[in-house]
Every structure is written in structure tokens, then in C-alpha cells.
Design a binder for this molecule. Structure first.
Ligand code: HEM
Ligand SMILES: [Mg+2]
Length: 301
């Protein structure tokens, strides 16, 4: 089942009735910085045959370590807020905004209260898009599994360097756009895809390094994408500074400014652009507030 922002409000009363009241302030005040000695960092396990996964290497890795449900199912906003904080120091604002979008993709009995990771592979709504870094376009069949040839294109832009940098990362992202544009007769790409995809580049750079530099060890980034494993044994530790809509939006702006890619017509990229696109896609801040039982309002969205 698929919902747009406009139709969501109709079913919200059902969702509210089906859910116990959430302790918003209790949840937010329970969040503490990640503990670098959390045992889950060393408890990586590949998914089993009944487990489901997504087109998102970040969520898949967190599931493979048990920071979110290992079977990939029943991801509620509170579970995500806690798991993404403990595993990657993701700020609640990010998780609530993008998690709200995840709820819109849900096709399960817990409609609008949780989603399964494989719900996220719906093409072009609300998040999945063409020209991914490590997945094929839906036109070619499977838009959710890791796909080495596309990933090799991305890696080639780091020219064997030990660390990423903003310029190479943005050029690599643009190379994937050009490749899809050439080969995919149903290629879909505009302002939404532009912002989301730079957001995803910012996500791997910030989680594998820090929220500001863009300099992540390439071996950490490869572990995240290729094995969907947190590179703890290689020396990685979660960022000590939270990764928020503000830090991601700022890096989207920097990646866009440094990129050879033309900005889609009608789009002006600002530091708020990332947050605004997520809110727009969910149907506005009121819908997000209802979907997340007031959590989004409590974090200023
Ligand atoms: C509730 C939180 C999240 C949701 C609902 C979500 C959802 C998604 C979805 C649907 C995609 C596919 C987009 C595409 O077509 O490429 C995606 C891609 C991606 N996500 Fe997530 N994500 C979340 C959190 C994270 C986190 C914490 C990270 C941190 C590493 C992350 C990193 C990425 C990256 C790097 C991609 C791009 C993959 C590629 O282009 O091959 N995401 N995410
Ligand atoms: Mg995709």
C-alpha cells in the first residue's frame, strides 16, 4: 500500500488509536552519546534467510549488529531513534524526519506505526530513487541489493587514496547520475533525487568520519557498503559529535557547491534544503507530527 502526504491524515486516527501513547520526553531524555564499548559493535551477524533488508546500507548495518531489529521487521520510530543514536550517534531530528518517511512506505499490519526494511525498496516513493551509489536502478530489476559494478564506479573516484574527500565524493555521485542517465530509459531525476542523493553521500561521510571534514577512511566506507558491517575491528568508532539535520544539510550544501553537476531547474540549494525535502516528502510538519506522535514537534521539526 502506498500513501502520499495528502492521504496520510485520513488514516492517522486509526494509527493513533492503534498505538499506546508515547512518552516523548522520556524517550528523548533517555538518549545518551554512544558507548564505544557497547557489545553490539562486535556482534556483527549476516542476515538469516527469514530476515529482511533494504536499499539502505546504514540501516542494514545497524540491523546486522542488532542496534535495530535483526530480522529487519517492526521498526518503530522509538526503536530507530535509540538504535541509530547508540550505533552511529544520529540525532533524533534526523531519525524522526527520515523515519517518518519510512513509515509511509509500510505495507504491514502495523501501518503507520512501524515498517519492515524491505518496505523501503518501493521505487520513487518516498525515498528510493535512481542513480544510487551501490544499487541498480529499479528499471534493471533489483533496486535494493548491493551491486558491485556501480559501487566500483564510486570507488574509482577515490583513486586509491586512503581517505575520502568532499570533491571526490561529489564527483563520484555525479558519475552515477551520468551512468544511469545514459543507460536507463526510465531514468527519473530532479530536485528530490538531487537532494536525497547528496544527503546519502553526506551520511556515509559523516557516519564513517565526523560531521564536518568529509575525510573518512575508504576501508571504513567499503565495510559499510560492501559488508554492511560497522568497521569497529578496523578502528572506527561512532562520531563523538551528533550527526543532525543541520550537519547533513550543511554538507549537502558543500557537496553541491563543489560538484560538477548542474543544479536541477527550479532548485536553490540551502543549508535547510535537506530538512525541507524530507518534510515536504512526508506531507509537511503537521503530518510528521501526527505520524510520530508529537516527537517531531518536540525536536523542533
Ligand atoms: C530511519 C532511518 C533511515 C531510513 C528510513 C533510510 C532509508 C534509505 C533508503 C530508502 C535508501 C535508498 C535510496 C536510494 O535509492 O539509494 C537509503 C540510502 C542510503 N542510506 Fe539510508 N536510511 C536511514 C538511515 C540511514 C543512516 C543512519 C545512514 C548512515 C550510514 C544511511 C545511509 C544511507 C546511504 C549511504 C544510502 C545510499 C545508498 C546508495 O546510494 O547505494 N541511511 N536510505
Ligand atoms: Mg536506488
Amino acid at each position: 500500500m502506498r500513501f502520499t502526504g495528502a492521504t496520510v491524515s485520513v488514516v492517522l486516527s486509526f494509527a493513533a488509536a492503534a498505538t499506546a501513547q508515547l512518552d516523548v520526553s522520556g524517550l528523548l531524555s533517555s538518549l545518551s552519546p554512544p558507548n564505544p564499548n557497547d557489545p553490539r559493535f562486535t556482534q556483527f551477524k549476516r542476515p538469516g534467510k527469514n530476515d529482511v533488508r533494504s536499499p539502505c546500507p546504514g540501516l542494514n548495518a545497524l540491523a546486522n549488529h542488532g542496534f535495530i531489529p535483526r530480522n529487519g521487521k517492526g521498526n518503530t520510530i522509538p526503536k530507530l531513534v535509540k538504535g541509530l543514536k547508540a550505533g552511529m550517534n544520529m540525532g533524533a531530528d534526523f531519525t524522526i524526519a527520515i523515519g517518518g518517511l519510512g513509515l509511509l512506505s509500510a505495507d504491514s499490519p502495523d501501518l503507520l506505526t512501524s515498517f519492515d526494511l524491505n518496505d523501503l525498496d518501493q521505487h520513487n516513493f518516498p525515498i528510493e530513487h535512481d542513480a544510487s551509489l551501490s544499487r541498480q536502478d529499479a528499471f534493471f530489476g533489483n533496486d535494493y541489493s548491493f551491486y558491485q559494478p556501480n559501487w566500483d564506479t564510486v570507488l574509482s573516484y577515490f583513486h586509491g587514496q586512503a581517505e575520502t574527500d568532499l570533491k571526490s565524493a561529489s564527483a563520484a555521485k555525479y558519475a552515477r547520475v551520468n551512468d544511469s542517465m545514459t543507460r536507463n530509459p526510465e531514468f527519473t531525476y530532479g530536485p528530490r533525487e538531487y537532494i536525497l542523493s547528496y544527503g546519502e553521500t553526506a551520511l556515509y561521510l559523516q557516519t564513517m568520519a565526523d560531521p564536518f571534514s568529509g575525510n573518512a577512511k575508504v576501508e571504513y566506507v567499503r565495510s559499510l557498503f560492501e559488508q554492511e558491517k560497522l568497521p569497529y575491528a578496523l578502528g572506527w568508532r561512532p562520531s563523538t559529535t551528533p550527526i543532525t539535520l543541520t550537519t547533513l544539510g550543511q554538507m549537502v550544501l558543500e557537496l553541491s557547491a563543489i560538484s560538477p553537476e548542474p543544479i536541477p531547474e527550479g532548485l536553490t540549494v540551502t543549508a535547510d534544503g535537506y530538512k525541507n525535502v524530507l518534510e515536504l516528502l512526508v506531507g509537511g510538519s503537521e503530518v510528521l507530527g501526527n505520524l510520530t506522535q508529537g516527537l517531531s514537534t518536540a525536536v523542533g521539526l
